[in-house]
Design a protein around this ligand. Structure first.
Ligand SMILES: [Zn+2]
Length: 234
């Protein structure tokens, strides 16, 4: 083979997924920037909102800390720590409150032993091994023309796809918990609910795009490997 990147027609099925991923990335950036400039009427910061939300739900053992970076906000279940980026931690914008409450939503899921979260955490180790081994296995399988290796490679990649799929309910549930708790706790007013939801919906779209991309990649691997479409070789 002279060129490692010869034209592969199955690449075409990825194009809609790539376009959606680009759209989602732009959407999340613009929505975040827009609602970072809209102050919440309650005047509380992201950090205060997260602490209040945790307190109102009886989670006294979860710490709220600041972490460096932009959009680096996350909940760490091992140390029961909610880490918020400086912008979110210190700002009293609707974007900051929405993101802080979303991360607190993950802490609530953890405390509730929310089933999709437990499933997701359970498959993390095998999904990461699967995604690392999938392509080497497929490549060797195709070179050696070994259907067994190809099948194992595709199965390994399926684990990574499964991980993406199970992330979706976890993310959507954290956002709906966030909005409900912010409103019930008096941290956002009724007319602020929709704008705050817009921020979280834009963030969720990036997970949807990543999932569609993973499913399309899997479909593409099935086509290339001949496992789908009945390609026959002698
Ligand atoms: Zn999340």
């Amino acid at each position: 083979m002279l060129f490692p990147f010869y034209f592969d027609p199955t690449f075409i099925i990825l194009i809609p997924a790539i376009l959606l991923a680009l759209y989602a990335q732009t959407k999340v950036q613009t929505t975040y920037a827009r609602y970072m400039r809209v102050p919440a009427r309650s005047g509380i910061t992201g950090a205060e909102a997260a602490r209040e939300l945790l307190r109102q739900n009886g989670l006294y053992d979860v710490r709220v800390e600041q972490v460096r970076g932009r959009l680096t906000d996350h909940y760490d279940p091992r140390s029961k720590t909610l880490r918020l980026s400086p912008e979110v931690y210190n700002s009293s914008s609707l974007a900051a409150l929405g993101i802080a409450a979303h991360e607190a939503g993950h802490a609530l899921q953890h405390a509730d032993e929310y089933t999709p979260l437990r499933l997701r955490n359970a498959i993390v180790p095998i999904a990461s091994i699967g995604s690392q081994l999938a392509f080497p296995l497929l490549l060797i399988g195709l070179l050696l023309d070994s259907l067994n290796l190809i099948t194992i490679g595709v199965a390994a990649f399926s684990l990574a796809v499964l991980f993406q799929l199970i992330t979706l309910p976890v993310e959507y549930n954290a956002s709906s918990r966030a909005i409900a708790a912010l409103e019930a706790g008096g941290m956002i007013y009724r007319e602020e609910v929709q704008p705050t939801r817009n921020v979280l919906s834009a963030a969720a779209l990036t997970y949807v795009a990543a999932t569609i991309m993973a499913v399309m990649q899997l479909l593409r691997l099935l086509l290339i490997s001949g496992l789908l479409g009945g390609r026959r070789r002698d």
